[in-house]
Design a binder for this molecule. Structure first.
Ligand code: NAI
Ligand code: MN
Ligand code: ZN
Length: 339
């Protein structure tokens, strides 16, 4: 089989590998499609401190089960599946309270263990979620990015009368906008980004108000409009955003952080306690595949609004370069493995 392997930072090779051996409780997936994410590019470029090389990247993928290991029912062969990349122990404290996404022995496919940019991949059977026929292949591959939004919104429980402010209109901001509008019917969703084309995508995904905060001051605009957001999601992840968010937030607002920067950020107790703000953070997803599969079955979200490119996996270097360099035209890039 062929796999996309990062041997060292900036050294990507499509190489022949032997088929992976199935362990107990695993299934082998013949990959049909996969999605490129920022973290794939970070591993490729050597910017992910957790990555070990060589590594088959890819944590957003969909395919068909073509064989099963001991302990897995043979009837699963032929099943269309999307794979949750979060592998957890089920026993530790975070697992015991429903947060397998921060398991003390967390393993993420495509980061800590070989992932889905490969013709075949073995995964724990429990991570392979059956996809109903009403969900197309292209949509099935988009489940994982929407699970990030499901995790964010699952924590903050948006209400219709929330005034939401989303920083960043990349894939993460856009999936969050779709969840807020399509699933939670939030009346006011404001999106701030520096790139007009990305803001246009946010509008297309349902945002009520878009604002280019590279061209105009977001705090000034909110003040003139007398808007105090009750729900703020930082899907841009610059370390300076938290301080601004605590300034702009309504009393009793919730703020969600999604970033992994190691840079410090300065916030004051006064801004947080004075308004009794709640800070959430969200990492990956905690068993959100079934949630997003329901969203898709019910037509509450539209993954097509994020997909801008599709390539054969043999052209992955071109695909990653477009993904990294053309942020105006490019959002989600899909790779096809088998037709
Ligand atoms: P992206 O880089 O495509 O999108 C980020 C967007 O934020 C860009 O459109 C950029 O123009 C905009 N932006 C940058 N600075 C801004 C600012 N000060 N104000 C407003 N907008 C600003 O990335 P993507 O894939 O959407 O991911 C966003 C972030 O989320 C990344 O930092 C990534 O590491 C993080 N992430 C976190 C996950 C989690 O589970 N916590 C999962 C996936 C991504
Ligand atoms: Mn991703
Ligand atoms: Zn655990």
């Amino acid at each position: 089989m062929e796999s996309v392997v990062i041997h060292q930072p900036n050294n990507l090779v499509i190489e022949q590998r032997v088929l992976p051996v199935l362990a107990n409780g695993e299934v082998r997936v013949k990959v049909k499609m996969a999605g490129i994410c920022g973290s794939d590019s970070h591993i490729y470029r050597g910017h992910n401190p957790f990555a070990k090389y060589p590594r088959v990247i890819g944590h957003e993928f969909y395919g068909v089960i073509d064989s099963v290991g001991d302990g897995v029912d043979n009837s699963r062969i032929g099943e269309r599946v999307a794979v949750d990349p979060v592998i957890s122990c089920g026993l530790c404290y975070p697992c015991s309270i429903g947060k397998p996404n921060v398991c003390t022995t967390l393993t993420v496919l495509g980061v800590h263990r070989d992932g889905g940019f490969s013709e075949y991949v073995t995964v724990p059977a429990a991570n392979a979620y059956s996809i109903p026929d009403v969900i197309s292949d292209r949509h099935a591959v988009m489940i994982e990015p929407f699970t990030i939004a499901a995790n964010v919104t699952g924590q903050i429980q948006p209400k219709e009368n929330d005034i939401a402010l989303i920083y960043g209109a990349g894939p993460m901001g856009l999936t969050t906008v779709q969840a807020l509008k399509g699933v939670y019917n939030v009346k006011t969703v404001i999106v701030a980004d520096r790139i007009d084309e990305r803001l246009a995508m946010a509008k297309h995904c349902g945002a009520d108000v878009i604002i280019n905060n590279g061209e105009q001051s977001l705090p000034d605009w909110l003040e003139v409009e007398q808007i105090k957001p009750t729900l703020i999601v930082d899907a841009a992840c610059h370390p300076a955003i938290l301080a601004e968010a605590t300034e702009l937030a309504s009393p009793a607002a919730r703020i969600v952080l999604m970033g992994f920067s190691s840079e410090p950020c300065q916030i004051t107790q006064q801004n947080i306690t004075g308004k009794e703000l709640t800070l959430y953070s969200s990492r990956l997803n905690a068993h959100k595949f079934p949630v997003v599969i329901e969203w898709m079955k019910n037509g509450l979200i539209d993954p097509d609004k994020l997909i801008t490119h599709q390539f054969d996996y043999r052209h992955i270097i071109d695909a990653i370069e477009i993904f990294e360099n053309d942020r105006r035209k490019c959002c989600k890039v899909l790779l096809t493995f088998t037709a």
